[in-house]
Ligand binder design. Sequence first.
Ligand code: NI
Length: 261
Amino acid sequence: MIFESHAHYDDKQFDNDREELLSSMQANGIEYIVNVGSDFAACKRTIELTHKYDFIYGAVGIHPSDIADLNEEVCQWLREAGSLPKVVAIGEIGLDYYWEKDPQVQKKQRDWFLRQMELARELTLPVIIHSRDAAEDTLKLMKEIHAQQIPGVVHCFSYSPELAEEYVKMGYYIGIGGVVTFKNSKKLKETAERIPLNHILLETDCPYLSPEPFRGKRNSSLNLPYVAQEIAALKGISEDEVILATRENALRLFSKVNVNR
Ligand code: NI
């Protein structure tokens, strides 16, 4: 059974068939799903999903591209939401300099990233980190605040294998999704090959980033076997081994799932 570590089923792309799709997950080998908040409204919808479905857990946090949503009140809301039994992580949080080029707003992203990392520390929750075109600042900030004391995953990893190894040394997991199946994703294939299996999580980031052969279409957790197959091929092991190990990794990281099941 597969542990899906990063999905956005609150997204409007699922409005027409959400119920039908989610009801089919467990019969199709998807055991657990962590639905991840992005903006404030998505965090609230995530909590609703955790109430509705046994096997769905939640992460609450504000994505760097949505920090306009953040203020002291929302921080307090996140703190309370983080204490709910089925909220298992703070995320997704981080830096995104791909979509944000204004240095002043980038500075604000760093401030809120820090605040949310500290919130995770306070709540003893793991973090789900989003980092795009901000490799240097992400690592620098994480070193400054001793992020090795805060467990987490760097989701949809897009940097070099060397940097992945650096995160693994800090105890972090590397989230790998559909991109690893793309012909042109040389760096990520090398990353998957090089980092130890006990530091890899399977994720979709659905509705985005469908693996081959569905690239460009709406993604769902049902496509995760394609990701597992590719990682297995790169490492020269079986698909079952990948599925089993990544499930154990996710249960180790999102330890509140264990307490609840
Ligand atoms: Ni995401």
